[in-house]
Design a protein around this ligand. Structure first.
Ligand SMILES: [Zn+2]
Length: 222
C-alpha cells in the first residue's frame, strides 16, 4: 500500500503473487483501494492460478474482463451502502468511473462489439466486449436503472436480450475460467467455454444457456 507518489493505480504481480496500491492522483482520485478495484487485482491471481489467460491480444482482453467482472461481483457481494453494487468499474477510486459494462465505448477507448481487430487493442479496452457480454447476460439490453444508476446497453446485432441476473452469469464465468478456458482462449473460445459451463450448471435446454448464447451473439461473438 501507499506505493510511489501520487501513483493513481493498483496492480497485480505474478512475480510476487501480490498486489500494489497507490494513493491516487492527489486531486480527484483517492487511495486506489475500493472494493471493485481490489477484487479486480486479486482476480488476476485467481486467473493466474486457473486458466492463466495470456496477457495480450484477445486472451488478454478476457483476462482483464475476468478481473472487471469478479471485481464488480465483489462489490455486489459486499452490499456496502457507501459503495453499492453497480456496473461501473473503479467508481469510487476514479470517479465517476474508469470503465463501465453497459456500453464500454463510453470511455472513448473500449470496444462494445467483437471485430477481427479487437485483439490489437490494449487489453484494458479489448475487455470491453466481454464486459458488455456480462452486462447483457445479467441485466439485458436497453435502458434500465439499477441501484439508482441509469444504464442503456445496446446490442451489436439489433437483438433484444433478456438478462438472467449477475449471480448466474458470474457462476457460469467462474466455471468457464476454471474448467474450460486455457492460456490461449480467444473470444470465440470464451463463447464455447461459457456455454459448456452453462450446460453443466443449468442444462443445454435451459433459459440460462439460451441467455448466454444470446448475449455473445449480441456482442458479435459467434
Ligand atoms: Zn487488470
Amino acid at each position: 500500500m501507499h506505493v510511489g507518489t501520487n501513483w493513481d493505480n493498483a496492480q497485480w504481480s505474478d512475480a510476487c503473487f501480490c498486489m500494489m496500491t497507490g494513493d491516487g492522483d492527489g486531486t480527484t482520485d483517492p487511495e486506489q483501494v475500493d472494493l471493485d478495484t481490489m477484487g479486480h487485482e486479486m482476480t488476476h491471481g485467481v486467473t493466474s492460478a486457473t486458466a492463466n489467460l495470456r496477457y495480450s491480444s484477445e486472451s488478454g482482453g478476457l483476462n482483464e474482463a475476468t478481473s472487471d467482472i469478479f471485481g464488480t461481483m465483489v462489490e455486489w457481494y459486499a452490499n456496502n451502502a457507501v459503495d453499492k453494487g453497480d456496473y461501473l468499474f473503479s467508481d469510487q477510486s476514479t470517479p465517476p468511473w474508469l470503465r463501465r459494462f453497459d456500453k464500454p465505448s463510453l470511455d472513448g477507448r473500449s470496444a462494445d462489439c467483437w471485430s477481427k481487430s479487437v485483439g490489437k487493442l490494449d487489453v484494458h479496452y479489448s475487455s470491453g466486449v466481454a464486459n458488455h457480454f456480462f452486462y447483457l447476460a445479467s441485466e439485458g439490453s436497453g435502458a434500465k436503472t439499477v441501484n439508482g444508476v441509469a444504464y442503456n446497453s445496446p446490442t451489436c446485432n439489433g437483438s433484444t436480450v433478456t438478462g438472467i441476473g449477475n449471480q448466474k452469469v458470474a457462476a457460469v464465468w467462474y466455471r468457464a475460467l476454471t474448467v474450460y478456458m486455457t492460456s490461449t482462449t480467444n473470444y470465440s473460445g470464451a463463447r464455447t467455454a461459457t456455454l459448456n459451463a452453462a450446460r453443466d450448471l443449468y442444462g443445454a435446454s435451459s433459459a440460462e444457456y439460451a441467455a448466454i448464447a444470446a448475449a455473445w451473439s449480441a456482442v458479435s461473438v459467434s
